[in-house]
Design a protein around this ligand. Structure first.
Ligand code: ZN
Length: 141
């Protein structure tokens, strides 16, 4: 890389902040769900999260990490949890007993105060698609 080229300015900050050409680990976060992407090459803004990529690989890895974080955040967000619980006809307290986590667990998930575990989200999604299995799961308690 040619280090003597003219400085590049952050278009996001738009206040004359100079971008730094380097390789560094970048953390992407979507609604509290984070992914660390190691060794991202590019022009990094020291003030905001702006990156001007210099290779396709770094850009691709950031985009994969963002997609993955977005999926996890979407699946575990309070509104999605509430919608699935209602669709399978469970009260919050019943859901907490059935899925584990205690009677207050779903109240916390749905208000965004806590995040359900991955297995809870998967089971909720499964039951939403196969509501005929809810009775079977209920029968275990
Ligand atoms: Zn910036």
């Amino acid at each position: 890389m040619n280090m003597t080229r003219k400085p590049r300015y952050c278009l996001q900050c738009d206040d004359g902040t100079v971008l730094e050409l380097k390789v560094k680990d970048v953390t992407v976060t979507v609604d509290g769900v984070s992914r660390v992407v190691p060794d991202v090459a590019g022009w990094h803004c020291p003030k905001c999260s702006e990156i001007e990529f210099v290779d396709a690989d770094s850009a691709e890895r950031i985009s994969i990490a963002l997609r993955s974080a977005r999926e996890e955040a979407g699946a575990g967000n309070g509104e999605a949890i509430r919608a699935m619980r209602k669709k399978i006809g469970l009260k919050q307290t019943e859901a907490g007993q059935l899925f584990g986590g205690g009677v207050n667990a779903f109240s916390l998930y749905e208000r965004g105060k806590a995040r359900p575990g991955k297995s809870t989200v998967i089971l909720l999604e499964l039951l939403t698609r196969h509501p005929e299995l809810v009775a079977e799961v209920r029968g275990r308690f």
